[in-house]
Design a protein around this ligand. Structure first.
Ligand code: ATP
Ligand code: MG
Length: 437
């Protein structure tokens, strides 16, 4: 993409309304634009990041055997009356009346909708286990939308729903998602900690929140320091026993949010217990027959008798992650994107646009990157060199290649790693090799 033809409305000054660094940098990099409180448009650069996060999440869900569907944003009130949540949900739910005076709502989550789909089509235990997910916009009329996309009113969520014959099956489904989440966050360049979460009236220990450490996080978390040294599970089919072993290992280390942490009864040695702030980027939850019972979601078991299915739900805050990744990965000059979610892999800077040699060398380099399918943003504008460098650092592409008249004379380009700041002078061929490899 040529920057001269791109739509990337960057800001030089810090926007006053932004209180935290990710919000500030997303606005400054021209990624998002506020529409109303907690509701945003995603501009080209931000949209590319959002789609990449979404794609990593999707790939890991698919690998875990979940099937992607797409449920509507607008749901009928009756479904929520059937579960009893229509009145309970309160003011966070945006209620809408259609022209025929029917109650509708903008979905804050989809348990009811997916259980309705399930009961309409699934009749036999042979069709289980089943896990259906979608990546769809949600609306929650949060009391205090803030921090940009981190706590929005409209936000993009991946929500998966598992259906099993019994608790044992549901637990395997739960563990499978737990492991898929660890892999997902690792691919996004994040170190996420699973915390035991409140299970409410259902009880049990099958509820975890996944937290990314960042000073601006909304919750205080306490954890055993060694949890940060655990290896990400490897790819590949895992047996139920292998999944359980991974979950056991990760949950053997202490980790809890402040509302679950009891300082007096915590047996972690003082030197091992760390307390930091964190951002909730996912939540997995087993809830048994909470929705399947009122909805009559049953299947015929092997003995012909009907059983009510056991369910779980698994959420990931896709749009929140765009901000969360920036909170975890930035410096004083701007964003530092992990490769998997970077809007482009490399920024190409023409130090002297208008100089015939520079233009030719840059155009050629750009064409070669494009031919090799390397995503490149080419600053071919006539801005000052200093402005070009600052802009590239701000938008945080993993690699920068700078081509200028002096280097061209000695046959080199400058190759910079955004994360480390390390710069090297290498031949254009060598630069190309590294980027294509
Ligand atoms: P929170 O405690 O942050 O309000 P929640 O418990 O209401 O989160 P869930 O219902 O479990 O969240 O939703 C799944 C995921 O969706 C959360 O882990 C979070 O990453 C994301 N999420 C929830 N609310 C918002 C929001 N208002 N804006 C952006 N992302 C959100
Ligand atoms: Mg909430």
């Amino acid at each position: 993409m040529r920057l001269s033809r791109y739509f990337m409305p960057t800001l030089k000054e810090d926007p006053k309304e932004a209180q935290i660094v990710s919000h500030r940098l997303m606005l400054r990099a021209g990624m998002i634009q506020q529409s109303s409180a907690g509701i945003y448009s995603w501009l080209p650069l931000g949209h590319r990041v959002l789609k990449k996060i979404e794609q990593v999440v999707r790939e890991e869900q698919n690998k875990a055997g979940a099937h992607e569907i797409l449920m509507p944003t607008i749901q009928p009130a009756e479904l929520w009356q059937e579960s009893g949540r229509y009145d309970d949900y309160g003011k966070e739910m945006l209620r809408i009346t259609d022209r025929h005076d029917r109650g509708m709502l903008y979905g804050p989550t989809n348990e009811e909708q997916v259980t309705d789909i399930f009961r309409s089509h699934v009749r036999s235990y042979k069709d289980l286990p089943l896990n259906l997910y979608h990546i769809q916009w949600k609306f929650r009329d949060e009391v205090r939308p803030r921090f940009g996309v981190m706590r929005g009113r409209e936000f993009l969520m991946k929500d998966a729903y598992s259906f099993d014959m019994d608790y044992e099956g549901a637990k395997v489904a739960y563990n499978r998602m737990f492991v898929a989440y660890l892999k997902t966050y690792a691919r996004l360049g994040l170190q996420a900690i699973p915390l035991r979460a409140e299970t409410g009236p259902i009880g049990g220990d099958l509820s975890h929140e996944f937290i990314v450490l960042a000073d601006t996080g909304e919750s205080e978390v306490f954890y055993h320091k060694d949890i940060l040294n655990l290896a990400t599970p490897v790819d590949g089919e895992q047996t139920p026993e292998e999944l359980q072993a991974i979950v056991d290992e990760w949950t053997s280390y202490y980790a809890a949010a402040d509302d679950m942490h009891d300082a007096d009864n915590c047996d972690v040695a003082e030197g091992d217990l760390i307390s930091r702030r964190g951002i909730e980027v996912g939540h997995i939850f087993h809830f048994g027959d909470k929705y399947s019972a009122p909805f009559g979601a049953t299947v015929a078991g092997p003995d012909g008798k009907d059983v009510t299915v056991s369910m779980g739900s698994y959420g990931i805050g896709v749009s929140r992650l765009a901000g969360g990744i920036i909170e975890a990965s930035h410096d004083e000059n701007g964003i530092i994107w992990p490769e998997e979610v970077a809007p482009f892999k490399v920024g190409l800077i023409n130090l002297k646009t208008g100089d015939a040699d520079c233009d030719t060398a840059c155009d050629e380099f750009y064409a070669k990157l494009q031919a090799a399918d390397v995503e490149v943003l080419y600053d071919d504008t006539s801005d000052r060199a200093g402005g070009k460098f600052a802009k590239m650092d701000l938008i945080g592409l993993p690699w920068q290649v700078t081509i200028g008249p002096r280097g061209l004379k000695s046959g080199v380009v400058e190759f910079k790693n955004r994360a480390t700041g390390a710069k090297e002078e290498i031949s254009p061929e060598e630069a190309l090799n590294r980027l294509v490899g």
